[in-house]
Design a binder for this molecule. Structure first.
Ligand SMILES: Cc1ncc(COP(=O)(O)O)c(C=O)c1O
Length: 471
């Protein structure tokens, strides 16, 4: 008999203790889970999800949940979009595989490249396809290195990322990620990565420090780091427009405009990691539009295919690509690519996804929903133990504090946000607890007004019933 309790990395889901059925037992025996505490998984059993319908998913006891996180910030069109299934089926029947090496290209990949460049931020006129956010970020760093080498400055290869940034888990992306859980036990980060301060004003501010003084201090930290390392050794800076897994941290006013001035001053390339923010999440097509970023390279994934198939992409400034092409001509080849770069089925799904975004006017829809969503997130500030509330577009978070009116973090051993997340899940909403005792909200972009209220009514009633001191 396996007893279900909470698990901060998401396993375990039902309110009741119950005998696990064969699928749960089988899974524990065979499956080594990503991002999961193995011991808790053994005790709780996995939470088996069986089917989806719009913004809802159903588990193997047919319990219905609102997926308030779009899975992993990704299922933008919900969980049973028939058009995407049809696009995949048609492509599988027509050409299930072809590659893009040595001058070949699947027809559908060429069409997707055109479509993506058509919506890319100005100046990012070339696209390179990969299969995951991590691969896209690893590739972005190789692009930076290749470019700096092409310009005759091979030593300009260190990469600055930010504490609490999330960029994935492959060896380079896992090094860029500024969260200990992605590095502990692996001997990461690799030696060319440096992490600068995290612009989370609520937690990182000094006593009586204004937001703008805080921004200047963040900038000072960044400039000091560049100078300490030597500007000639810094190749690029990578940042998410809104930090996702690090706690949904929305940049303070003027932060990015000042960062960009600094990067220009020291000739450091800017990579915007839009793996979460891309395709409407922040109320514009790109997080870069929302925060006025002018990246040299943009990485995207997740909502590129509504998460129905693995595909990611880099959008790259044409000048960078032309330098790389010159160098590749000299070397004979651009020696990078994946068997499944622009896999036809993924490309067909992504192409249809982008068409659906147009047909549904998804960015306008997010803007329409933003008001209710952000109001409902902000209203949770009424609870003493909610210290900070933040939201933009259809992404947000609340952060728990140990003392009302303070920014004091609860003792991590209390696992406050994980416990609250579990209670909310028992009420029918799947959310994600994040480092720093935050709880994230990131529903599918197709969510309707009534469903936003349904989701927050449930969250609100759980929070109202919590005795925080004994939690
Ligand atoms: C901002 C960001 N970058 C990169 C990644 C890594 O993507 P993947 O898990 O597809 O490798 C993620 C995943 O959540 C992400 O949120």
């Amino acid at each position: 008999m396996i007893k279900r309790t909470f698990n901060s990395f998401g396993a375990g889901g039902n309110t009741m203790n119950r005998i696990v059925n064969s699928i749960e037992a089988k899974d524990i025996e065979n499956h080594f889970h990503p991002y999961t505490n193995p011991q808790t998984l053994k005790e709780t059993g996995p939470h088996v999800i069986c089917r989806g319908e719009g913004v809802y998913v159903y588990d193997n006891s047919n319990t219905k949940f609102i997926e308030g996180m779009s899975g992993l910030w990704c299922a933008s069109l919900g969980f049973n979009n028939k058009d995407l299934v049809e696009a995949a089926t048609k492509q599988m029947e027509k050409l299930p595989f072809y590659h893009s090496f040595a001058g070949k290209v699947p027809e559908v990949a060429a069409n997707l490249a055109e479509k993506l460049v058509g919506i890319a931020p100005e100046g990012l006129g070339k696209v390179f396809f990969c299969n995951s956010g991590s691969e896209a970020n690893d590739t972005a760093i190789k692009v930076v290195w290749y470019y700096q080498n092409a310009l005759g400055r091979p030593e300009k290869r260190k990469i600055i990322s930010r504490k609490r940034g999330y960029h994935g888990v492959t060896m380079v992306a896992g090094s860029l990620t500024g969260l200990p859980y992605a590095q502990d036990g692996f001997g990461l980060p690799l030696d060319f990565v440096r992490h600068t301060s995290c612009p989370h004003y609520f937690i990182e501010k000094l006593e009586n420090e204004s937001e703008q003084n805080f921004v200047d201090r963040m900038l000072n930290d960044l400039e000091e780091l560049i100078l300490e390392e030597g500007p000639d050794t810094i190749g690029a800076f990578i940042a998410e427009p809104v930090m996702g897994a690090g706690g949904v941290i929305i940049p303070p006013e003027n932060y990015f405009s000042k960062v960009q001035v600094l990067l220009k001053k020291y000739d450091v390339l800017f990579i915007a990691d839009e793996v979460i923010c891309g395709f409407g999440r922040t109320g514009n097509m790109w997080g870069s539009d929302t925060f006025n970023l002018k990246p040299d390279i943009l990485t995207c994934a997740k909502a590129l295919s509504g998460a129905y198939a693995p595909i990611s992409a880099l959008l790259i400034n044409e000048t960078i690509v032309s330098e790389i092409e010159n160098q590749a001509n000299e070397l004979g080849i651009f020696g990078h690519g994946f068997t499944y770069s622009a896999h036809p089925m993924s490309a067909a799904i992504a192409l249809r996804t982008l068409e659906i975004y147009e047909e549904k006017k998804i960015v306008d829809h997010v803007r329409k929903m933003e008001k209710s969503f952000t109001e409902r997130v902000r209203s949770l500030k009424k609870y003493d133990f909610v210290g900070d509330v933040r939201a933009v577009g259809l992404i947000g978070a609340i952060e728990f504090v140990s003392e009302p009116g303070s920014n004091k973090k609860p003792d991590p051993s209390r696992k406050v946000s994980a416990k609250i997340q579990q209670k909310i899940q028992e009420a029918g909403v799947i959310l994600r607890s994040l480092p720093g005792d935050s709880l994230a909200f990131c529903p599918p972009l197709i969510i309707e007004e009534s469903q936003i209220h349904e989701m927050f009514d449930k969250i609100d009633s759980v929070l109202a019933g919590i005795d925080f001191q004994i939690l």
